[in-house]
Structures are given as C-alpha cells and as structure tokens.
Design a protein around this ligand. Structure first.
Ligand code: APR
Length: 232
C-alpha cells in the first residue's frame, strides 16, 4: 500500500443496508414499493407532486432515524488519518458518511436532508416535511422539491469526480450494483488512469469483471478490514 497516495471511493445503497435503509434493486424492482419512474423522475413529480413529496418525507424521516454502521465509521477513520488525497463519492442521499465522521464526501445524487427551491434556486437543510407545502425561507414562494438527482437529471459535480479519478492510485467501490451510469462507469475511468481497483460488495455486481479484485461480504466487515490494511 506504500505506493498509494490518492484514493477515490464510490459508495452505494449497500453500505447503508446494515443501518436499516433499503437498497434499490431488490428482486421486485420496486423502491420502497413504488416503481422508480413514479417517484424518481421529473415526470413522476409533475404528474403527482403530492405522492413524491410524501415519498421523500418518509425517506427523510428514515434517514434521521438511522445510525451509521461500522463501514461508515471505518471510512470516517480513514478520512481522519489519511494524509493523501481522498474523495468519497456517494450515490446515497443519507448523511451516514458525515455522521460516521467522514468530511471529504461528495453526494452525486443529492441529499435527503436538503431541499431546493424551484423559484429562487436556494437550497436549505430540511428535517421536516414538504407535503404540507411550506414556503421557501429565502423567497417565500411555495416551490420547494427534494434536492435529489432523479433519473434523466444530471448528477452533481461530475467534473470534480472525474478529475479526482484521473489522479487516483486506488479506486474502491462499496455496496453498489453497477446498474446506474455515470457512477457505474467510474471503474473504467480508474482503470484508464492506472489506478488499482477494488470492489467490496455483498454479491458479484454487473461491473465486477472490471475490477482488479472483488471481495464478497457485508460492508460492515469488509470495509473496516480493508481500511485496517490501508492504515496498517
Ligand atoms: N454489504 C455490502 N453490499 C451490500 C450489502 C451489504 N450489507 N447489502 C446489499 N449490498 C449490495 C447489493 O448486493 C447490491 O449489489 O449493494 C448493492 C446495492 O445496489 P442498488 O440497490 O442497485 O443500489 P445502488 O447501486 O446504490 O443504486 C444506484 O440507483 O435508483 C438509483 O439513484 C439511485 O443512487 C441510486 C442508484
């Protein structure tokens, strides 16, 4: 590990599964009992805003009730102790990385505890509900939506992510199925950059063959063990 300075880590729903937050691609193909196009697209929101606001109100309450697990905490330790570059890119909308102590975190699919005003473009930290149509604290309009990147929308801060991958010596993917682009393509970018690539996941994913190494198991065991290897 002595040749490694710059690390990029991609996390997905699997890292929060042991904190009680459900992953997306269960066998029934539903997200918390809804088809994704109903609750995770701009068209779904336009068709039935009340349903979508209620859906994310529930997700927000679920995030607030969850606790970081050993995998989040181990990444918090890595962030505190790693003197090289580190970027934890998460597809998750929960704040369990931050509560696990990590600081160098980028939420490419938005954040469940953030809301976005469609009238004045302000974002606000939000722990309450939106189904009761609160007005924006900045402009007073009733125009706030969840600050979530839906299917068909552009993930956040992509240039920053690709720049970090281009500099990476090591790329690690944790708890993601590799089903959703652009995140699913990061491993190929990392391979092009000459980084070592490691996957930590419960089961083989769609992208497993693109990694130098895949370790199968629960994130709460695999992640602390890997971080112990890195920090020695
Ligand atoms: N430890 C490690 N991996 C786990 C665990 C666990 N305890 N539990 C589940 N997994 C793995 C599953 O085997 C699966 O491969 O985590 C992966 C979760 O995959 P998805 O449910 O598809 O979640 P994710 O890859 O994060 O989804 C990507 O899809 O719907 C969109 O925007 C949403 O960010 C999300 C994106």
């Amino acid at each position: 590990m002595s040749d490694i300075r710059n690390i990029v880590i991609l996390t997905g729903a699997g890292i929060s599964a042991e904190s009680g937050l459900r992953t997306f691609r269960a066998e029934d193909g539903l997200w918390e009992d809804h088809p994704v196009e109903e609750v995770a697209t701009p068209e779904g929101f336009a068709r039935n805003p009340d349903l979508v606001q209620r859906f994310y109100d529930e997700r927000r309450a679920g995030i607030l009730a969850a606790h970081p697990n050993a995998a989040h905490e181990a990444l918090g330790r890595l962030d505190a102790e790693w003197s090289g570059e580190l970027l934890i890119v998460t597809q998750n909308i929960d704040d369990l990385h931050e509560r696990g102590g990590a600081r160098r975190v980028l939420h490419m699919h938005g954040e469940g505890l953030s809301v976005w005003c469609q009238s004045c473009d302000a974002r606000h930290r939000w722990t309450g509900t939106l189904r009761d149509s609160p007005s924006c604290p900045a402009c007073g309009e009733v125009a706030m939506r969840p600050d979530i990147v839906w299917f068909g929308e552009m993930p956040y801060r992509m240039p920053e992510i690709f720049a970090a991958i281009a500099r990476a010596d090591m790329f690690v993917s944790i708890g993601t199925s590799g089903a959703v682009y652009p995140a699913a393509g990061f491993v190929q970018e990392a391979n092009l950059a000459g980084a070592r690539t490691l996957e930590l996941n419960l089961e083989e994913s769609l992208g497993s063959r693109n990694f130098d190494e895949t370790r199968l198991g629960e994130a709460s065991e695999l992640v602390p063990a890997w971080i112990e290897e890195v920090l020695g």
